[in-house]
Design a protein around this ligand. Structure first.
Ligand SMILES: [Ca+2]
Ligand SMILES: [Ca+2]
Ligand SMILES: [Ca+2]
Length: 238
């Protein structure tokens, strides 16, 4: 992740700046464990530092589950509950959210120089066919925050983000297909970190018991960056 971002910045300020061309390129970034190939405890409430997945009760599955095969590799993530408490009772909410915090230090120079830094978040979702009460909605969201990642649990709860970009999809009932969602954001210059979120929503029926989702999964979460130098960004706006 960090090395990829750093490389993108170097590429922009080097060759493209010398040539005077529009400095824009999209590059795949490796969010840590974006393909869920490594097991980690993802159900630890809001993250407060970089580089790991955490949020409501979810579970990394390292094998096919309920007839659904991971989109890539051997792993994927299943959404289970709308909170983190164990036990038979579901959470009070209607969304199961998973977060990862992304440091913007590698593009700090670009942001300070007035470059346009655009992030694009992409993820793939799938679910069981289920029945008339099976939920269908998934979301991807980018949040930009100032301050330190240690403040994320409070700042997120208080809706202190300075920018937000979101996209949602209604999934089909075909367990063989993964549905893609993506959203993008031009990062505000004063932002210090980004929160990436993938989630499932109880848009059809608000279940009481655990699990609140019949069989809802995400795989292949990725983040890419495109940088335009100030001159190029201004030229595009004209
Ligand atoms: Ca995978
Ligand atoms: Ca599907
Ligand atoms: Ca519920």
């Amino acid at each position: 992740m960090i090395s990829n971002l750093a490389r993108a910045g170097f590429f922009c300020s080097g060759l493209f700046a010398l040539l005077g061309s529009v400095c824009a390129q999209a590059q795949e970034l490796s969010l840590r464990n974006g393909g869920f190939e490594v097991y980690e405890n993802t159900s630890q409430f809001f993250p407060d530092h970089f580089g790991y997945w955490s949020g409501d009760m979810t579970e990394i599955k390292l094998a096919p589950d309920q007839g659904i095969h991971p989109r890539s590799g051997h792993g994927m993530l299943r959404f289970l509950k709308t909170d983190i408490s164990p036990g038979p009772v579901g959470g009070p909410g209607i969304s199961s959210q998973l977060f990862q915090l992304i440091d913007l230090t590698p593009v700090r120079k670009e942001l300070d120089a007035g470059s346009e830094v655009r992030l694009t978040l992409e993820a793939y979702f799938n679910r069981v066919a289920g029945g008339p009460r099976t939920d269908t909605q998934f979301m991807v969201t980018l949040y930009a925050f100032t301050g330190a990642p240690g403040d994320f649990p409070i700042d997120f709860t208080d809706k202190k983000q300075i920018a937000r970009a979101r996209s949602s999809l209604l999934s089909d009932a075909d367990i063989k297909t993964w549905e893609r969602a993506s959203t993008s954001m031009i990062v505000p210059a004063q932002a210090s970190y980004i929160a990436v979120t993938v989630q499932a929503n109880e848009n059809i029926y608000n279940d009481g018991p655990n699990p609140e989702f019949d069989g809802h999964y995400v795989d292949d979460v990725s983040l890419s960056v495109a940088i335009k130098k100030p001159a190029a960004a201004a030229a595009v706006k004209k």
